[in-house]
Design a protein around this ligand. Structure first.
Ligand code: HEC
Length: 140
């Protein structure tokens, strides 16, 4: 069950990463440059999160789905909360524990907590994320 859901989350990623607007002249170079290794929080956000949470972090409502805003979201006060949601999923949000590495999760959490009008200064580290990983070993 877990494996099947993870595969479907993986299958959805290229769709989410696809640019929705007209192609930009620099898109090929920037996509190749950003997808691998996708190190910064901004890269992770653009390629993985913004398809649902929107480029401006204001979320969206429509077609029966509700994607929460990060702008002014007081639930981001605790850094452990977004780490938990990203690792484990939550409601309509898929989990990313098998897709994103600890440093990528730390970087994207730090990104959403310091953008979209948020100014939290207590950054999380990759080891903070590792400590929150669910205690299951992925099957080979
Ligand atoms: C497939 C769409 C989708 C993607 C991709 C996605 N999310 Fe979400 N996210 C959701 C939905 C839907 C919820 C609300 C779940 C609920 O309330 O039941 C949510 C909730 C959250 C929450 C909790 C917000 C709150 O107010 O409780 C955080 C934090 C979050 N997402 C961060 C991220 C980050 C960071 C990424 C990228 C790594 C990401 N999400 C990718 C759909 C998505």
């Amino acid at each position: 069950m877990r494996k099947i859901l993870l595969l479907s989350a993986l299958a959805a990623l290229p769709l989410l990463a696809a640019p929705s607007g007209p192609a930009r002249a620099d898109s090929a170079a920037s996509v190749v440059g950003n997808v691998q290794p996708m190190n910064t929080g901004e890269d992770v956000y653009r390629h993985v999160c913004q398809g649902c949470h929107m480029p401006d972090g204001k979320g969206a409502v429509g077609a029966g789905a509700q994607f929460p805003a990060f702008a002014g979201n007081t639930k981001l006060q605790s850094s452990a909360y977004p780490v938990y949601v990203i690792l484990n999923g939550y409601g309509g949000m898929p989990w990313f524990s098998g897709v994103l590495k600890d440093d990528q999760i730390a970087n994207v959490v730090n990104y959403i907590r310091t953008h979209f009008g948020n100014h939290y200064t207590d950054a999380v580290s990759a080891s903070d994320v590792a400590a929150q990983r669910p205690p299951v070993t992925p099957q080979e």
